[in-house]
Design a protein around this ligand. Structure first.
Ligand code: CMC
Length: 441
């Protein structure tokens, strides 16, 4: 058997670290190095029948089994239902940390000391100011627009205000705009709420925390003293922690793909927000509420599940690309939902959601496909109990996820393996043909 030169990665020496592939078309054998349980996709290109052939490519729609980078931010074991930020279990972070503490962790990979956290919080607070032009842009938009569309437009507009942000290879510039985006996103989000409700201008209160300021800016009309329910503040803080990062999800991948062209971070995170908006990603939390609104009573749940099983619709808030056991975020949120709803009073939607969860978990269709409640199943119920309308839920997800997008951006800018994202395709169109002039078509 003819043996072809392997595409060895540096440091690969042991035969046990090789994948031997034999091409039945030619009888040739190829050795591909295995590192971190991956083989290099470019190694396949040596596999060809004729010298002039292009060589093999992996075919992976939806990138379901392709590692696109090395990352030290977030670890997921989908089979065991484990999610960790920088080695810390999400359950412990959700219980013990504030969102800004988790932001510090995600950006620095270490939890802050009390002093470090104080400096970080102060710096964020000083940056909580929105340029007048972006406020004017929000006010110029029809307040009935989808709040995610308003947020996307505002994020994109920030790139006009900070032209130095295009110097993406400068770490000082990157840090400045990273901090700025964490500081500004809740305000951009809140402006949309205020505009719709006609609440008038707002300002950050130095005595309030980041999350308190966020809720105050959403809920308090101009000239009224903020009165925030501590249970609501804690619930929002926890939800932001749970949403802070989730490794190579659709929106982080969008940020990475767009940022790989070395565009400014405001444009890159706008792409992330746009990806998050979709109902299969961050838009699922509002889709869950819309779905629950269609079910009048617990007795209607079996018929509803049948329609999902027939493929007429998807059971929103169920299933996940990675989690095939349970979504640990859903476990935390499930408990949080019961607490928040207990404060807010009984909620028929919660009863229906619990009935759906119970019935689906006992149903072969869902168990065979390993479909469990995901983070979005109960988060919408909490927001709803807090008095928010479904269209706004994804905005909260975006506020929490901003730090994850920025950490991925920073990581890829530092990664020497980073290249512009440019996948391949299998062409299925016409073979070359003769041009037909207009008068002959
Ligand atoms: N309801 C009914 N059937 C489903 C569902 C669902 N929610 N999700 C997957 N399936 C079925 C699907 O029809 C397929 O069945 P079959 O093998 O018979 O064709 C099988 O399960 C595998 O589905 P898939 O579409 O190949 O799975 P995926 O990994 O590509 O999609 C998903 C993952 C999250 C997009 C999908 O489960 C889904 O659409 N869920 C509903 C939307 C949702 O809740 N999204 C929030 C995700 S968590 C928050 C986030 O990170 O964005």
């Amino acid at each position: 058997m003819e043996k072809q030169a392997a595409n060895f990665a540096p440091g690969v020496t042991s035969q046990q670290d090789l994948l031997s592939v034999s091409d039945c078309r030619t009888g040739r054998q190829y050795d591909l190095p295995i590192t971190d349980e991956t083989v290099p996709a470019m190694g396949l290109r040596a596999i060809k029948v004729h010298e002039e052939d292009f060589g093999l490519m992996p075919y992976d729609p939806g990138l379901t089994n392709t590692a696109v980078c090395r990352s030290s931010i977030c670890f997921i074991n989908g089979e065991k239902g484990i999610l960790e930020y920088c080695g810390y279990r999400i359950e412990e972070l959700a219980q013990n940390c504030t969102y800004l503490e988790v932001c510090y962790l995600i950006l620095h990979r270490e939890l802050p000391t009390a002093e470090q956290l104080e400096v970080f919080e102060k710096e964020i607070q000083t940056l909580m100011v929105i340029p007048a032009s972006v406020v004017a842009l929000q006010n110029a938009m029809d307040p009935r627009l989808h709040p995610m569309s308003m947020l996307e437009a505002s994020l994109a507009a920030l790139s006009c205000e900070y032209p130095d942000a295009h110097v993406v290879l400068d770490p000082v510039v990157r840090r400045k705009h990273t901090m700025r985006l964490i500081a500004m996103t809740p305000i951009l989000a809140a402006l949309g709420f205020r505009h719709r409700r006609g609440f008038g201008p707002t300002e950050v209160r130095p005595e309030l925390s980041y999350v308190e300021n966020f809720l105050h800016m959403i809920l308090t009309p101009t000239g009224v003293e903020p009165q925030l329910e501590p249970a609501m503040v804690k619930a929002m803080d926890t939800l932001l922690v749970l949403h802070a990062d989730h490794e190579q999800n659709c929106s982080a991948n969008a940020v990475r793909a767009v940022a790989s062209s070395q565009v400014n971070p405001f444009s890159a995170v706008t792409a992330g927000a746009a990806a998050l908006h979709g109902p299969l990603h961050g838009g699922a939390n509002s889709a869950v509420l819309e779905m629950l609104a269609e079910i009048d009573d617990v007795s209607d749940v079996p018929a509803f599940l049948e329609s999902c099983k027939k493929g007429d619709r998807r059971l929103m808030g169920f299933g996940h690309r990675v989690y095939k056991n349970y979504d640990p975020r859903a476990m935390v949120i499930g408990k949080l939902a019961s607490g928040v709803i207990a404060v807010a009073g009984t909620n028929k939607k919660l009863e229906i959601a619990q009935a759906i969860e119970k019935a689906a978990l006992e149903d072969d269709y869902f168990s065979q496909r390993k479909l469990f409640p995901n983070v979005d199943f109960y988060s919408g119920l909490i927001y709803s109990a807090m008095g928010f309308r479904p269209q706004t839920f994804t905005v909260f997800f975006a506020v929490g996820r901003m730090v994850g997008w920025l950490a991925h951006w920073e990581e890829m800018m530092l990664d020497p393996a980073n290249r512009i994202v440019r996948p391949r395709q299998i062409y299925t169109g016409y073979a070359r043909r003769d041009f037909v002039p207009m008068n002959a078509r």
